[in-house]
Ligand binder design. Sequence first.
Ligand code: NAP
Length: 364
Amino acid sequence: MTSMVFSECSTSTASRLLPRSLRKDAVVLVRRLSLPRRSCAWMAPLSRRTLAVGAAAPTSPPPSASVAIEACAKVIDGKYVAKQIRDEISAEVSRMKEAIGVVPGLAVILVGDRKDSATYVRNKKKACESVGINSFEVHLPEDSEEEDVLKFISGFNDDPSVHGILVQLPLPSHMNEQGILNAVTLEKDVDGFHPLNIGRLAMRGREPLFVPCTPKGCIELLHRYGIGIKGKRAVVIGRSNIVGMPAALLLQREDATISIVHSRTQNPEEIVREADIIIAAVGQANMVRGTWIKPGAVIIDVGINPVEDSKSSRGYKLVGDVCYEEACKVASAITPVPGGVGPMTIAMLLSNTLTSAKRAHNFQ
Ligand code: NAP
C-alpha cells in the first residue's frame, strides 16, 4: 500500500502529500489548471523597484487600534519576468534572422511514454514556437537501445541548424544516463548538465558555456528584482546535480556565503534561520516553516509538490517546499508555487539556445 504523508502548513491549511506514484500525473494536470494563491502583494521587477535584502518586510496599511497588521512578503512574479525574457529573446531571434539569416534551433529527444515528460517536451516546443526558435523533436519507444539515442545525438551534434540538444530526463532505467548526457557536444549542451560545464561553473576564473536552466532562473529572478547577493548569507536546501548543487555554485560565484542543507543535515532549521537568501529545492511539501526563516529573508522556492486539496476540482494543488502562508509573514520577498521558478526554467532554456546560436555564428 502506498503511504500518504500529512504535510500540514498552517492551522488553516492542512495539505496532504500525494503518493509518489500519482505525483507525475498530478503535476501535469494541476499545471494546466491552477493559479497561485495571491495573498501577498505582487512585486515589480527592478525597472520599478529595488529591494534591500534583510530589510524588514514592508507592512500596509498603517496599524489601527483594533486591527492587528501582519507583515507580508512581496511576491516575486516569475511568470511576469519569464514573459519579459521571452519577449526579449523573440526580439533577438528576429534581429539575428534579419541580419544573418540564421534561426536558432533546439532539438529535444524523448524516450518512452511518460505523460509528464511528454507534457514538458510539448511545452518546450510551444515555447520555442512563441519566440521564433526552430524545434526538432525525436520520440523513441521505451524499449529503444542506448545506441539509438546516441545515434540521434550524434546527428544533432553535426547538424548546423541545431544549436541546442536536450535529452528529456528521466531516461528508461536500462539506459546509462551519464553516458548519454556526456555524448551531447559541449557547444550544444543547453541544459548545462555536461560535466565540463558543471566543472567550469565550480572553478574560479573559468566560464561554463551553459548554466543549468532552473538554478539560472533562480539567480535571474534575484537580479531582475534588484536583490543583492554579494556578501549575503545564502542557504540552499537540496544538493541535486540539476538544481541544488549548481544553485549553490552560482550563488558562490556571486560572492554570497553559502551553506547547503541536505537530507543528512542536523538541525536544518538553525542553518536556514541564518540565511538572507534561501533557495529551497527539496521536493518536500511545506518543509520550511515560518519559524525557520530570518525576518526579511528572500525566498526562492523551487519545489513543486502536488498535495490533496478537496477545494480543487481535481482534488489536488501544487505547493512548494516552503510553507507559503507562514513564510509570507516573515520573509521580505518570496516566489509563489506555481508561478515562481517554474516559468523561468523554460525561459532560461530558450535563452541558452539563443546564446548558443549567437556563439556559433559569432553574432553579437
Ligand atoms: P532531488 O534530485 O530529489 O533532490 C532533492 C534534494 O533534497 C537532495 O539533495 C536531498 O538530499 C534533499 N532532501 C531531501 N529530503 C530532505 C530533507 N528532509 N531535508 C533536507 N534536504 C532534503 O530533487 P530535484 O530534482 O533537485 O528537485 C527538487 C524540487 O524542485 C522538486 O520538488 C522538483 O519537482 C522541483 N523542481 C522544480 C523545477 C522548476 O522548474 N520549478 C525544476 C526542477 C525541479 P540528499 O542529497 O541527501 O538526498
